[in-house]
Design a protein around this ligand. Structure first.
Ligand code: 5RP
Length: 235
C-alpha cells in the first residue's frame, strides 16, 4: 500500500477535517469529490477506507484534477451525465461566513462545484479556521466565469454595478486563465454596501456569466478544524 493511502495522525487541520468528513460516507453512496488541498485529503481518506475497510462507493469529481487523483488512488469515478442526484458532496471553500455562505472557485472549477453542491442531498464544507470571515469578499475577489465571447460585455455590466476587476491571468502571468469548461474568469470586487444575496442576484442576472463563486443556501454543514479539533455547524 502506498504512503498516500496511510492514515496516521493528521499532518494538519485540513487533513484532520477531511478525515472527519470521510466518516459521513457510508456503503453504497455516490460521493461528490471537491477540488483543492482539503478536498485532496478527503479523496485520499476515501481511497484509504475503500482499501482498508472495503468501503463501497462511487464518486463524481468536480474537476479534471480531482478525477485524475481519485482514479489514481483506485476510486470509481463516474460521469455527471449519468446521474441527477448524489448522496454527499464534500469540498473546501476560500471563505465561509457564520450563516454558511461560501466563496469558492480559486481553482476555477465553479460550474461543476455549484452543480454538485446543488445536486447533493448533503453538502459538507471542509476547511481550517483560516477560512472563516465576517463577510464574503474579505480576503479574496469574487471569481466570475464568463463565456469567452462575452467577457467584455459582462465586465462592462458588472462595472456599471460598481464592480472593479479584470480577467484572471495564468500562474506564469503570460496568458489568461481558462476554466475546465473553456471559459474565462473575471476576478472582481464590489461595494461593501451590497449584501451577499444582492451580489448573488446581480451576478446571476448578468448576461454572459456562466457561474460565480458565491454559494448561498447550498451548504448542509461546515466542518471547521482548529488545532486538531473539528467543529460542525449545521444549517
Ligand atoms: C476550488 C475551491 C477550493 O475548495 C478552495 O479554493 C479551497 O481550497 P483549499 O482546500 O486548497 O484551501 O473552491 O475551486
Amino acid at each position: 500500500m502506498s504512503d498516500t493511502l496511510m492514515n496516521d495522525k493528521p499532518v494538519n487541520d485540513k487533513q484532520a477535517v477531511a478525515i472527519h468528513a470521510a466518516n459521513f460516507v457510508k456503503n453504497g453512496m455516490l460521493v461528490g469529490l471537491g477540488t483543492g488541498s482539503t478536498a485532496n485529503y478527503f479523496i485520499q481518506e476515501l481511497a484509504r477506507r475503500q482499501h482498508k475497510e472495503n468501503l463501497k462507493v462511487a464518486t463524481i469529481a468536480s474537476s479534471m484534477v480531482s478525477m485524475i487523483k481519485a482514479q489514481s488512488l483506485g476510486l470509481n469515478v463516474i460521469a455527471l451525465t449519468q446521474v441527477a442526484e448524489i448522496d454527499l458532496y464534500v469540498d473546501g471553500a476560500d471563505e465561509i461566513t457564520l450563516d454558511l455562505t461560501l466563496l469558492k472557485g480559486r481553482g476555477y472549477d465553479l460550474v461543476l462545484e455549484k452543480l454538485l453542491a446543488k445536486a447533493a442531498k448533503q453538502f459538507l464544507v471542509v476547511a481550517d479556521s483560516s477560512k472563516l470571515v465576517g463577510r464574503i469578499g474579505t480576503n479574496f475577489t469574487i471569481p466570475i466565469e464568463v463565456m469567452p465571447m462575452a467577457w467584455k460585455a459582462a465586465k462592462h455590466s458588472l462595472e456599471q454595478a460598481g464592480g472593479v476587476g479584470d480577467l484572471r491571468q495564468n500562474v506564469a502571468k503570460d496568458g489568461l486563465c481558462v476554466s475546465s469548461n473553456g471559459n474565462l474568469v473575471l476576478d472582481m470586487t464590489f461595494d461593501k454596501a451590497l449584501s451577499e444575496a444582492q451580489l448573488n442576484q446581480l451576478i446571476n442576472n448578468t448576461p454572459g456569466v456562466v457561474e460565480h463563486g458565491i454559494f448561498i443556501g447550498l451548504t448542509s454543514a461546515t466542518l471547521i478544524a482548529h488545532e486538531g479539533i473539528v467543529r460542525e455547524n449545521w444549517a
